[in-house]
Write a protein that binds this ligand. Structure first.
Ligand SMILES: Nc1ncnc2c1ncn2[C@@H]1O[C@H](COP(=O)(O)OP(=O)(O)OP(=O)(O)O)[C@@H](O)[C@H]1O
Ligand SMILES: [Mg+2]
Length: 368
Protein backbone atom coordinates (compact mmCIF):
# COMPACT_ATOMS: atom_id res chain seq x y z
CA UNK A 1 0.00 0.00 0.00
CA UNK A 2 1.47 3.31 -1.04
CA UNK A 3 -0.14 6.69 -0.44
CA UNK A 4 0.97 8.80 -3.41
CA UNK A 5 -0.63 12.14 -2.79
CA UNK A 6 -3.43 13.86 -0.96
CA UNK A 7 -5.51 16.91 -1.83
CA UNK A 8 -7.11 18.57 1.17
CA UNK A 9 -9.59 21.44 1.31
CA UNK A 10 -10.98 23.14 4.38
CA UNK A 11 -10.00 20.29 6.70
CA UNK A 12 -9.10 21.63 10.19
CA UNK A 13 -6.55 24.43 9.64
CA UNK A 14 -5.70 23.23 6.10
CA UNK A 15 -7.24 25.56 3.50
CA UNK A 16 -6.17 24.09 0.17
CA UNK A 17 -3.10 21.85 -0.14
CA UNK A 18 -1.77 19.10 -2.37
CA UNK A 19 0.97 16.97 -0.81
CA UNK A 20 3.06 14.27 -2.47
CA UNK A 21 4.58 11.42 -0.44
CA UNK A 22 7.58 9.22 -1.08
CA UNK A 23 7.31 5.44 -0.96
CA UNK A 24 9.56 5.27 2.11
CA UNK A 25 9.64 7.37 5.26
CA UNK A 26 7.97 10.79 5.21
CA UNK A 27 8.60 13.16 8.09
CA UNK A 28 6.14 16.00 8.71
CA UNK A 29 7.68 18.55 11.05
CA UNK A 30 6.79 21.91 12.47
CA UNK A 31 6.13 23.74 15.69
CA UNK A 32 3.18 22.96 17.92
CA UNK A 33 -0.33 23.62 16.57
CA UNK A 34 0.71 24.04 12.92
CA UNK A 35 -1.13 21.08 11.36
CA UNK A 36 1.06 17.97 11.71
CA UNK A 37 -1.59 15.80 13.33
CA UNK A 38 -4.28 17.37 11.12
CA UNK A 39 -2.58 15.92 8.04
CA UNK A 40 -2.45 12.41 9.55
CA UNK A 41 -6.07 12.81 10.58
CA UNK A 42 -7.03 13.61 6.95
CA UNK A 43 -5.19 10.53 5.64
CA UNK A 44 -6.72 8.31 8.32
CA UNK A 45 -10.17 9.69 7.55
CA UNK A 46 -10.04 8.25 4.04
CA UNK A 47 -8.82 4.90 5.35
CA UNK A 48 -11.34 4.31 8.12
CA UNK A 49 -14.19 6.71 7.36
CA UNK A 50 -13.86 8.50 10.66
CA UNK A 51 -11.47 10.66 12.61
CA UNK A 52 -9.37 9.30 15.44
CA UNK A 53 -10.02 12.33 17.59
CA UNK A 54 -13.18 14.19 16.49
CA UNK A 55 -16.35 13.22 18.28
CA UNK A 56 -18.47 14.72 15.50
CA UNK A 57 -17.74 14.70 11.79
CA UNK A 58 -18.39 18.42 11.46
CA UNK A 59 -15.49 19.20 13.82
CA UNK A 60 -13.03 18.58 11.00
CA UNK A 61 -14.55 21.28 8.74
CA UNK A 62 -12.38 24.39 8.75
CA UNK A 63 -13.86 27.17 10.88
CA UNK A 64 -16.02 29.51 8.79
CA UNK A 65 -16.47 27.07 5.89
CA UNK A 66 -19.28 24.65 5.00
CA UNK A 67 -17.56 21.46 3.90
CA UNK A 68 -14.23 19.63 4.05
CA UNK A 69 -12.83 17.58 1.16
CA UNK A 70 -10.08 14.95 1.26
CA UNK A 71 -9.00 13.20 -1.93
CA UNK A 72 -6.28 10.58 -1.77
CA UNK A 73 -4.44 8.73 -4.56
CA UNK A 74 -2.95 5.40 -3.53
CA UNK A 75 -1.44 2.34 -5.11
CA UNK A 76 -2.71 -0.94 -3.67
CA UNK A 77 -0.07 -3.04 -5.42
CA UNK A 78 -2.37 -3.78 -8.36
CA UNK A 79 -3.46 -0.36 -9.54
CA UNK A 80 -3.76 3.28 -8.66
CA UNK A 81 -7.00 4.28 -7.00
CA UNK A 82 -8.57 7.46 -5.71
CA UNK A 83 -10.90 7.88 -2.76
CA UNK A 84 -12.65 11.18 -2.17
CA UNK A 85 -14.65 12.11 0.90
CA UNK A 86 -16.66 15.28 1.33
CA UNK A 87 -17.99 16.15 4.76
CA UNK A 88 -20.79 18.70 4.99
CA UNK A 89 -21.95 20.69 7.95
CA UNK A 90 -25.62 20.03 7.46
CA UNK A 91 -26.03 17.03 5.21
CA UNK A 92 -24.81 13.46 4.81
CA UNK A 93 -21.20 13.10 3.74
CA UNK A 94 -20.34 11.86 0.30
CA UNK A 95 -17.80 9.29 -0.76
CA UNK A 96 -16.39 8.48 -4.18
CA UNK A 97 -14.06 5.75 -5.33
CA UNK A 98 -12.34 6.30 -8.66
CA UNK A 99 -14.91 8.95 -9.55
CA UNK A 100 -17.94 6.76 -8.77
CA UNK A 101 -20.29 7.65 -5.93
CA UNK A 102 -20.42 5.03 -3.17
CA UNK A 103 -23.59 4.81 -1.11
CA UNK A 104 -22.40 2.44 1.60
CA UNK A 105 -19.35 3.74 3.44
CA UNK A 106 -18.43 0.14 4.34
CA UNK A 107 -17.69 -0.40 0.64
CA UNK A 108 -14.68 1.90 0.82
CA UNK A 109 -13.55 1.44 4.39
CA UNK A 110 -10.50 -0.79 4.36
CA UNK A 111 -9.60 -0.28 0.67
CA UNK A 112 -6.76 1.95 1.72
CA UNK A 113 -5.19 0.20 4.70
CA UNK A 114 -3.36 2.09 7.43
CA UNK A 115 -2.08 1.44 10.93
CA UNK A 116 -2.15 4.49 13.15
CA UNK A 117 -0.18 5.21 16.28
CA UNK A 118 -1.04 8.40 18.15
CA UNK A 119 -0.26 9.38 21.75
CA UNK A 120 -3.83 8.49 22.76
CA UNK A 121 -2.97 4.88 21.94
CA UNK A 122 -0.89 4.69 25.09
CA UNK A 123 -4.25 4.01 26.68
CA UNK A 124 -4.06 0.62 24.97
CA UNK A 125 -1.60 -0.32 27.67
CA UNK A 126 -2.52 2.15 30.42
CA UNK A 127 -6.29 2.13 30.65
CA UNK A 128 -9.22 -0.26 30.96
CA UNK A 129 -10.28 -3.06 28.60
CA UNK A 130 -12.69 -1.15 26.30
CA UNK A 131 -9.91 0.39 24.21
CA UNK A 132 -8.13 -2.95 23.86
CA UNK A 133 -11.34 -4.58 22.65
CA UNK A 134 -11.67 -1.72 20.17
CA UNK A 135 -8.11 -2.34 18.95
CA UNK A 136 -8.97 -6.00 18.41
CA UNK A 137 -12.29 -5.23 16.73
CA UNK A 138 -10.76 -2.81 14.20
CA UNK A 139 -7.73 -4.95 13.42
CA UNK A 140 -9.64 -8.22 13.04
CA UNK A 141 -12.56 -6.75 11.05
CA UNK A 142 -10.11 -5.47 8.46
CA UNK A 143 -9.43 -8.98 7.19
CA UNK A 144 -12.47 -10.87 8.48
CA UNK A 145 -15.93 -9.61 7.45
CA UNK A 146 -17.39 -12.60 9.33
CA UNK A 147 -15.98 -11.18 12.56
CA UNK A 148 -17.60 -7.79 12.02
CA UNK A 149 -20.91 -9.49 11.28
CA UNK A 150 -20.71 -11.58 14.47
CA UNK A 151 -19.78 -8.51 16.48
CA UNK A 152 -22.74 -6.47 15.23
CA UNK A 153 -25.05 -9.41 15.93
CA UNK A 154 -23.55 -9.96 19.40
CA UNK A 155 -24.08 -6.34 20.37
CA UNK A 156 -27.68 -6.35 19.13
CA UNK A 157 -28.57 -9.59 20.96
CA UNK A 158 -26.84 -8.37 24.09
CA UNK A 159 -29.05 -5.28 24.15
CA UNK A 160 -32.23 -7.37 23.76
CA UNK A 161 -31.13 -9.86 26.40
CA UNK A 162 -30.24 -7.10 28.84
CA UNK A 163 -33.73 -5.66 28.36
CA UNK A 164 -35.19 -9.02 29.36
CA UNK A 165 -33.02 -9.00 32.47
CA UNK A 166 -34.21 -5.49 33.36
CA UNK A 167 -37.83 -6.60 32.95
CA UNK A 168 -37.23 -9.65 35.10
CA UNK A 169 -35.64 -7.44 37.71
CA UNK A 170 -38.49 -4.94 37.68
CA UNK A 171 -41.58 -7.06 37.80
CA UNK A 172 -41.41 -10.80 37.56
CA UNK A 173 -38.16 -12.03 39.05
CA UNK A 174 -38.11 -14.66 36.32
CA UNK A 175 -37.01 -14.48 32.73
CA UNK A 176 -39.28 -14.17 29.75
CA UNK A 177 -39.64 -17.50 27.96
CA UNK A 178 -37.78 -16.20 24.90
CA UNK A 179 -34.53 -15.94 26.88
CA UNK A 180 -33.17 -19.33 25.76
CA UNK A 181 -33.46 -18.29 22.14
CA UNK A 182 -31.49 -15.11 22.75
CA UNK A 183 -28.94 -17.04 24.79
CA UNK A 184 -28.35 -19.55 22.00
CA UNK A 185 -27.78 -16.77 19.47
CA UNK A 186 -25.53 -14.87 21.85
CA UNK A 187 -23.48 -18.00 22.52
CA UNK A 188 -23.04 -18.55 18.79
CA UNK A 189 -21.83 -14.97 18.11
CA UNK A 190 -19.66 -14.87 21.25
CA UNK A 191 -17.95 -18.12 20.20
CA UNK A 192 -17.00 -16.68 16.79
CA UNK A 193 -15.70 -13.44 18.32
CA UNK A 194 -13.72 -15.22 21.04
CA UNK A 195 -12.08 -17.63 18.59
CA UNK A 196 -11.02 -14.86 16.20
CA UNK A 197 -9.73 -12.72 19.05
CA UNK A 198 -7.79 -15.59 20.61
CA UNK A 199 -6.15 -16.43 17.27
CA UNK A 200 -5.29 -12.80 16.60
CA UNK A 201 -3.83 -12.30 20.09
CA UNK A 202 -1.65 -15.38 19.68
CA UNK A 203 -0.10 -13.77 16.60
CA UNK A 204 0.20 -10.39 18.37
CA UNK A 205 2.01 -12.10 21.25
CA UNK A 206 4.51 -13.63 18.83
CA UNK A 207 5.28 -10.30 17.11
CA UNK A 208 5.43 -8.25 20.31
CA UNK A 209 7.87 -10.76 21.84
CA UNK A 210 10.03 -10.59 18.72
CA UNK A 211 9.95 -6.78 18.77
CA UNK A 212 11.00 -6.60 22.43
CA UNK A 213 13.74 -9.18 22.02
CA UNK A 214 15.34 -6.95 19.38
CA UNK A 215 14.61 -3.67 21.10
CA UNK A 216 15.57 -4.34 24.69
CA UNK A 217 17.40 -7.67 24.69
CA UNK A 218 16.43 -10.33 27.18
CA UNK A 219 15.68 -7.94 30.02
CA UNK A 220 12.07 -7.23 29.16
CA UNK A 221 9.68 -10.06 28.41
CA UNK A 222 6.22 -9.09 27.25
CA UNK A 223 3.31 -11.48 27.14
CA UNK A 224 -0.04 -10.77 25.51
CA UNK A 225 -2.90 -13.14 26.20
CA UNK A 226 -6.65 -13.46 25.99
CA UNK A 227 -8.46 -12.83 29.21
CA UNK A 228 -11.92 -14.29 29.08
CA UNK A 229 -14.53 -13.39 31.66
CA UNK A 230 -16.43 -16.58 30.92
CA UNK A 231 -14.42 -19.29 32.69
CA UNK A 232 -12.84 -20.71 29.53
CA UNK A 233 -9.83 -22.97 29.40
CA UNK A 234 -6.93 -22.08 27.08
CA UNK A 235 -7.64 -25.01 24.73
CA UNK A 236 -11.34 -24.13 24.51
CA UNK A 237 -10.54 -20.67 23.11
CA UNK A 238 -9.68 -22.04 19.68
CA UNK A 239 -12.57 -24.50 19.33
CA UNK A 240 -15.86 -23.02 18.07
CA UNK A 241 -17.99 -25.96 19.17
CA UNK A 242 -16.60 -26.09 22.69
CA UNK A 243 -16.88 -22.33 23.02
CA UNK A 244 -20.50 -22.27 21.96
CA UNK A 245 -21.34 -25.13 24.32
CA UNK A 246 -19.67 -23.42 27.27
CA UNK A 247 -21.33 -20.05 26.59
CA UNK A 248 -24.75 -21.71 26.22
CA UNK A 249 -24.24 -23.55 29.51
CA UNK A 250 -23.21 -20.40 31.38
CA UNK A 251 -26.06 -18.34 29.96
CA UNK A 252 -28.60 -21.08 30.83
CA UNK A 253 -27.41 -21.84 34.35
CA UNK A 254 -26.89 -18.39 35.82
CA UNK A 255 -30.23 -16.63 35.44
CA UNK A 256 -30.42 -15.72 39.12
CA UNK A 257 -26.94 -14.21 39.15
CA UNK A 258 -27.70 -12.23 35.99
CA UNK A 259 -31.00 -10.91 37.35
CA UNK A 260 -29.18 -9.94 40.54
CA UNK A 261 -26.44 -8.16 38.53
CA UNK A 262 -29.00 -6.58 36.17
CA UNK A 263 -26.99 -7.49 33.04
CA UNK A 264 -25.71 -10.32 30.89
CA UNK A 265 -22.59 -11.70 32.55
CA UNK A 266 -21.26 -14.02 29.85
CA UNK A 267 -20.27 -13.36 26.27
CA UNK A 268 -17.51 -11.47 24.50
CA UNK A 269 -18.35 -8.00 25.84
CA UNK A 270 -16.36 -8.23 29.06
CA UNK A 271 -13.21 -9.81 27.72
CA UNK A 272 -9.80 -8.24 27.65
CA UNK A 273 -6.35 -8.57 26.16
CA UNK A 274 -3.92 -8.92 29.02
CA UNK A 275 -0.61 -7.09 28.55
CA UNK A 276 2.15 -8.26 30.87
CA UNK A 277 5.77 -7.20 31.10
CA UNK A 278 8.04 -9.51 33.04
CA UNK A 279 4.93 -11.27 34.36
CA UNK A 280 3.47 -8.07 35.86
CA UNK A 281 0.48 -6.14 34.54
CA UNK A 282 1.97 -3.44 32.33
CA UNK A 283 -0.66 -0.85 33.14
CA UNK A 284 0.33 -0.83 36.80
CA UNK A 285 4.03 -1.61 36.75
CA UNK A 286 5.63 -0.64 33.41
CA UNK A 287 7.49 2.68 33.05
CA UNK A 288 6.29 5.37 30.65
CA UNK A 289 8.87 4.39 28.03
CA UNK A 290 8.00 0.72 28.45
CA UNK A 291 4.30 1.43 28.08
CA UNK A 292 5.00 3.44 24.94
CA UNK A 293 7.21 0.64 23.58
CA UNK A 294 4.41 -1.86 24.22
CA UNK A 295 1.82 0.31 22.50
CA UNK A 296 4.12 0.76 19.49
CA UNK A 297 4.89 -2.98 19.42
CA UNK A 298 1.13 -3.69 19.36
CA UNK A 299 0.84 -1.39 16.34
CA UNK A 300 3.81 -2.97 14.57
CA UNK A 301 2.23 -6.37 15.23
CA UNK A 302 -1.01 -5.12 13.67
CA UNK A 303 1.03 -4.16 10.59
CA UNK A 304 2.72 -7.59 10.41
CA UNK A 305 -0.59 -9.44 10.73
CA UNK A 306 -2.10 -7.20 8.05
CA UNK A 307 0.89 -8.09 5.85
CA UNK A 308 0.33 -11.81 6.38
CA UNK A 309 -3.34 -11.43 5.38
CA UNK A 310 -2.86 -9.27 2.28
CA UNK A 311 0.81 -9.88 1.32
CA UNK A 312 1.19 -6.12 1.50
CA UNK A 313 2.08 -3.74 4.32
CA UNK A 314 -0.38 -1.05 5.35
CA UNK A 315 0.74 2.59 5.46
CA UNK A 316 2.01 3.41 8.96
CA UNK A 317 0.80 6.73 10.35
CA UNK A 318 2.88 7.67 13.38
CA UNK A 319 1.97 10.76 15.34
CA UNK A 320 4.72 11.86 17.67
CA UNK A 321 5.97 8.30 18.04
CA UNK A 322 9.60 8.96 18.96
CA UNK A 323 9.21 11.09 22.06
CA UNK A 324 9.94 9.40 25.41
CA UNK A 325 11.95 6.65 23.69
CA UNK A 326 15.65 6.28 24.46
CA UNK A 327 18.22 6.28 21.64
CA UNK A 328 18.30 2.49 21.37
CA UNK A 329 14.55 2.17 21.00
CA UNK A 330 14.43 5.02 18.49
CA UNK A 331 17.12 3.36 16.38
CA UNK A 332 15.25 0.10 16.54
CA UNK A 333 12.01 1.70 15.38
CA UNK A 334 13.69 3.67 12.60
CA UNK A 335 15.37 0.50 11.34
CA UNK A 336 12.21 -1.50 11.68
CA UNK A 337 10.15 0.81 9.47
CA UNK A 338 12.68 0.83 6.63
CA UNK A 339 11.21 -0.44 3.38
CA UNK A 340 7.64 0.36 4.42
CA UNK A 341 5.74 3.55 3.81
CA UNK A 342 5.57 5.64 6.94
CA UNK A 343 4.13 9.11 7.40
CA UNK A 344 5.26 10.43 10.76
CA UNK A 345 5.10 13.71 12.61
CA UNK A 346 7.79 15.20 14.79
CA UNK A 347 8.80 18.56 16.18
CA UNK A 348 12.46 17.88 15.31
CA UNK A 349 12.99 17.02 11.64
CA UNK A 350 16.63 16.04 12.15
CA UNK A 351 15.65 12.98 14.15
CA UNK A 352 15.50 10.93 10.97
CA UNK A 353 18.03 11.35 8.20
CA UNK A 354 16.85 9.25 5.27
CA UNK A 355 13.37 10.56 4.71
CA UNK A 356 11.29 12.88 2.64
CA UNK A 357 10.92 16.00 4.74
CA UNK A 358 7.77 18.09 4.75
CA UNK A 359 7.55 21.24 6.85
CA UNK A 360 4.28 22.67 8.03
CA UNK A 361 3.46 26.13 9.24
CA UNK A 362 -0.06 27.44 9.79
CA UNK A 363 -1.66 24.68 7.72
CA UNK A 364 0.69 25.14 4.74
CA UNK A 365 3.00 22.31 3.71
CA UNK A 366 6.32 22.67 1.87
CA UNK A 367 8.88 20.11 0.76
CA UNK A 368 12.34 20.74 2.16
N1 LIG B 1 -12.05 22.90 12.49
C1 LIG B 1 -10.93 23.64 12.54
N2 LIG B 1 -10.77 24.74 11.75
C2 LIG B 1 -9.65 25.49 11.78
N3 LIG B 1 -8.59 25.22 12.57
C3 LIG B 1 -8.67 24.13 13.37
C4 LIG B 1 -9.83 23.30 13.39
N4 LIG B 1 -9.62 22.31 14.28
C5 LIG B 1 -8.39 22.50 14.79
N5 LIG B 1 -7.81 23.61 14.24
C6 LIG B 1 -6.49 24.16 14.53
O1 LIG B 1 -5.47 23.24 14.14
C7 LIG B 1 -4.35 23.47 14.98
C8 LIG B 1 -3.79 22.18 15.53
O2 LIG B 1 -3.29 21.41 14.54
P1 LIG B 1 -2.57 20.03 14.89
O3 LIG B 1 -3.32 19.29 15.93
O4 LIG B 1 -2.35 19.38 13.59
O5 LIG B 1 -1.23 20.56 15.52
P2 LIG B 1 0.19 19.85 15.57
O6 LIG B 1 1.05 20.47 14.53
O7 LIG B 1 0.01 18.39 15.51
O8 LIG B 1 0.68 20.34 17.00
P3 LIG B 1 1.40 19.54 18.21
O9 LIG B 1 2.86 19.57 17.93
O10 LIG B 1 1.07 20.37 19.38
O11 LIG B 1 0.82 18.18 18.28
C9 LIG B 1 -4.77 24.30 16.15
O12 LIG B 1 -4.20 25.58 16.07
C10 LIG B 1 -6.28 24.36 16.01
O13 LIG B 1 -6.79 25.57 16.42
MG1 LIG C 1 0.01 16.92 17.01
Amino acid sequence: MYCKRIRVRDFRNIECEEIEFSEGVNVVSGENAQGKTNLLEAIYYVSVGKSFRATQNSEIIRFGTKRAVVELDFDDGIREQTIKMTVFKEKKRQAEKNGVKIEKLSDIVGCFRTVLFCPEHLSLVKDGPALRRNYLDIAISRARPMYLHALQKHNYILKQRNLLIKNALNDRKTFDTTVDLWSEQLAHAAAIITKFRAEFIKKVDFHVKECFAEMSGERENPSISYKSSSKLYEEELFDLEKLEKQFTKLLRENHDREIYAGATLYGAHKDDMEVLLNSQEARFFASQGQQRSLAIALKLAEGEICYSEFSDYPVFLFDDVLSELDAKRRDYLINRIKGKQVIMTTCDKNEIREAKKISVSDGKYTED
